[in-house]
Design a protein around this ligand. Sequence first.
Ligand code: NDP
Ligand SMILES: O=C(O)C1=N[C@H](C(=O)O)C[C@H](O)C1
Length: 251
Amino acid sequence: MKKLRVAVIGARGRMGAEAVRAVAEAEDMELVAAIGRGDALTELVDAGAEVAVELTHPDAVMGNLEFCARHGIHGVVGTTGWTSERLDELNGWLADSPGTGVLIAPNFGIGAVLTMRFAQQAARFFESVEIVELHHPDKADAPSGTAVRTAQLIAGARREAGLAAQPDATSASLAGARGADVEGVPVHAVRLRGLVAHQEVLFGDEGEIFTLRHDSMNRGSFMPGVLLGVRRVGGVPGLTFGLEHFMELDG
Ligand SMILES: NC(=O)C1=CN([C@@H]2O[C@H](COP(=O)(O)OP(=O)(O)OC[C@H]3O[C@@H](n4cnc5c(N)ncnc54)[C@H](OP(=O)(O)O)[C@@H]3O)[C@@H](O)[C@H]2O)C=CC1
Ligand SMILES: O=C(O)C1=N[C@H](C(=O)O)C[C@H](O)C1
């Protein structure tokens, strides 16, 4: 069997180290490069990497992906901090490199992807919704990429259903007390030693509260999603946003 030649960028980080282990143990993959800060990206080309798993930092991800796109190396990206401007730039590089695929997964956890899907489905039935995401205190970005994506999906479903803005009579508050406003959905970020990655989506209506909760108890929980992305990305040129597109959720 021909093995997929896979590299990890950010290999010495919390997620990167886990990904190095998962790729090395996968029977259909060969780990050909483990790139850390200060290592040359040309190692990817020298090693003949077909897919690069990118798990670094919002400040580093764009340079790494530009290099990969230029060299026809597919990307599986967990790094957060995505804006529409960044996605446009990435799409530009991919347009110049037809055949190259990039998957950006706000969350590789299967349960987290399902939470996002269920939240999207529930959104039109409830007047109010708020998101609480809870993470370890070493995380660089807030709110989490998962929470932003969840809020965007909920907001889109509310718009489609013609729902009005949520009720909120707050007229005096301390800055931040009502969370970040992501397309009309309040998102609250908790940073606490002992946590890994957790999210609650709270829906409310008259006399009824509906809560969706997902907990990643360790970073091994993300690895089945990472490996799924690595196996599938080469067959899907261009940008794919969200692991759900590789999970056949609709059939
Ligand atoms: N999509 C998902 O399911 C998940 C996504 N994440 C995201 O993945 C990213 C990484 O998270 P995590 O592993 O916890 O973070 P860490 O800080 O533990 O790891 C990041 C690693 O990337 C390295 N790094 C920074 N810049 C570069 C660069 N230019 N080239 C190569 N390596 C670089 C860092 O080196 P140094 O230590 O020297 O700075 C560090 O080793 C974050 O954006 C996080 O939000 C995390 C978990 C799950
Ligand atoms: O930094 C993390 O740890 C995580 N980052 C991702 C995010 O921002 O959503 C995914 C998961 O929540 C863990």
